[in-house]
Design a protein around this ligand. Structure first.
Ligand code: CP
Ligand code: NVA
Length: 306
């Protein structure tokens, strides 16, 4: 396993399966009161340059449950907020901590942190990727469908961090993926090339289209995400108009398989990317997905920080 988890492509299929298996085990142990203090005496720094509910609380609770200690570090309180270079911050923090989880804007910032630190760095969301979320999504899909082989995942919405990590994650574990994304909000070329390469090597289908109806036919898993990610708040009105045909609602869901599940990383904007009706119909799965952040991230921490 690499020192860090910066992008989905840092993990091979076997490494993903190892993390998911350990996540399942930790979930079972937690529910049965079996202590698992794998990280006794270890400290995790959590740097946040964007808001968070799930990522912050699940990493923080997870570290406690593993017998370790989490430190919440808001970038506005750190000297980073006053211009201290990330390379200096990371060299200092490497001497105090056993790992860092960071949520920020530019992927390059996370990459620089990883290059200049001697401790594991975990990407807790950048503009490019959200690997911890996609690992929780994979854990949830396997729980609900018992397999990845041959499943079809459809993502409808913005070509954002979730879309990009899903392309790599789904194709790596053996699922087909189709995405419906408006032309002006496409994923980066890098992820189109990566998707083409992975689908070819693994004999899977990978398509990106503009029309949701062309993507969702016979899907086993339907995924969406907010139309305006953190950092895009000033584009909200324009995006509401541009994405109006990309809503996950009962009409579009009627084209997916009858037993299709719906995932949403949350927070959700009801009646925008997903209707209240569909969100509530699939709430058991969506909130299980949110819970699985805790279990899968504990597995990541055990693998990287131990
Ligand atoms: N899904 C997710 O990452 O949620 P938060 O922004 O609340 O951490
Ligand atoms: N794409 C969203 C995910 C939030 C968890 C964002 O970046 O804001």
């Amino acid at each position: 396993m690499n020192k860090d988890l910066l992008k989905m492509e840092d993990l091979s299929k076997d490494e993903i399966l190892d993390i998911l298996n350990l996540g399942d085990q930790l979930k079972y142990e937690l529910k049965h009161g079996i202590k698992h203090h794998h990280l006794e005496g270890k400290t995790l720094g959590m740097i946040f340059e964007k808001s968070s509910t799930r990522t912050r609380v699940s990493f923080e609770a997870g570290m406690y449950q593993l017998g370790g200690y989490p430190l919440f570090l808001s970038s506005s309180d750190l000297q980073i907020g006053r211009g201290e270079p990330i390379q200096d911050t990371s060299r200092v923090l490497s001497r105090y901590l056993n790992g860092i989880m960071i949520r920020t804007f530019a992927q390059d910032e996370v990459n620089s942190l990883a290059e200049s630190s001697s401790i594991p760095i975990i990407n807790g969301l950048t503009d490019d990727e959200h690997p911890c979320q996609v690992l929780a999504d994979l854990m949830t899909i396997r729980e609900k469908k018992n397999t990845f082989d041959g499943l079809k995942v459809t993502y409808i919405g913005d070509g954002n961090n979730m879309a990009q990590s899903l392309i790599v994650g789904c194709l790596t574990v053996g699922m087909n993926i189709s995405l419906a994304i408006p032309q002006n909000y496409m994923v980066k070329d890098y992820y189109i090339k990566k998707g083409q390469e992975l689908s070819k090597n693994n004999n899977l289908n990978f398509i990106i289209v503009n029309n949701p109806e062309d993507a969702i036919k016979d899907a086993d898993v339907v995924i969406t995400d907010v139309w305006a990610s953190m950092g895009k708040e000033n584009e909200v009105n324009e995006r509401l108009a541009d994405f109006s045909a990309y809503q996950v609602n009962s009409k579009i869901m009627s084209l997916a398989k009858d037993d299709a599940i719906v995932l949403h990383c949350l927070p959700a904007h009801r009646e925008e990317e997903i209707t209240e009706e569909i969100l509530e119909k699939h709430a058991d799965t969506i909130f299980e997905e949110a819970e699985n952040r805790l279990h899968v991230q504990k597995a990541i921490l055990v693998k990287l920080v131990k």
